[in-house]
Design a protein around this ligand. Sequence first.
Ligand code: PHE
Length: 351
Amino acid sequence: MRQLGFELFMQQQIETLRSEFAQDIAKVAATHDIEALKVKYLGKKGPLQNLMKFLKEVPAEQRPAAGKWINDLKEEISARLEASETTLRATEESAKLSAEKIDITLPGRNRFPGRKHIITQTLDEMIDIFASMGFSVQVGPDIDTDYYNFEALNFAPDHPARDMQDTFYVAKDVLLRTHTSNIQVRVMEMQKPPIRIIAPGHAYRNETITARSHVFFNQIEGLYIDKGVTFADLFATMDEFLSKLFKRQVETRFRPSYFPFVEPGMEVDLRCLTCGGSGCNLCKQTGWLEIMGAGMVHPEVLKNGGIDPEIYSGYAWGMGVERVILLRNGVKDIRTFTDNDMRFLEQFPGV
Ligand code: PHE
């Protein structure tokens, strides 16, 4: 009777514990709940431990069987806790990973790398062409003396040709250069022939700003001095340069014109790129486009540069950069170059 009572008591205790555990584990939602259950059921002060203590009261012949019941339950509980911990840990891990995930579908932020202004792009292209023909680049000052801009270039002080180029004066005899030709005598003073240079840069004229003329513009000057340089050299160089610049075989025309520093002087015209000569708006029905001034360097100018005109001869030319862009890129208004309107500038992606 006592034995039976003991067995029943043990079985009841174990079954109660088992169903209590079943309820507890059903409620588990996270790994920390498992920890709590481990402490509760398997800890030193837990119910299983209490049952172990109670074993001492059990008669010796019953003890192994009773001990086994307790151990079986203990193993069952810890196996179920382990299993559920493994599943929960995996779920928690993947929840954590997806929370930390970087959303690479977000569109990137657009960057606007700078680009060269169309004037610089065009100048670079011109420089490359002349460099391939053996010319090197020189630069002259934007603010210069009357001497280099006018006098050394054979403009007498009261010469009416000075009126052709309305000048911004900074001080008496100091001015904003009206053309890149101010480089000519400076270079002659610095170098002995053969001289073969180009000089890109700004030029300034005190004129009314319109779609076609501006107080500020860009030119590229060329100067070639050596023994026996002739008109034929000038023609050939200009033909080759212009064909490379406009990327087609162009037809040129040299028209007599007057510049005090060249003799003879001329304007170079290009057969109209749009109509091919039959007459259109671009060429104002003339069939020709004015592209640059040029000529053979005047003997007086050579003398001013310390070069003997009996031994040497040379040619020079000056060309407006904006004008080339008007013709090549169909820009209508010269003022847009300095407006800094991104919509205009972005049309010329460049490099
Ligand atoms: N300097 C002249 C101008 O600005 C152009 C030119 C340069 C003409 C060299 C002849 C020779 O119009």
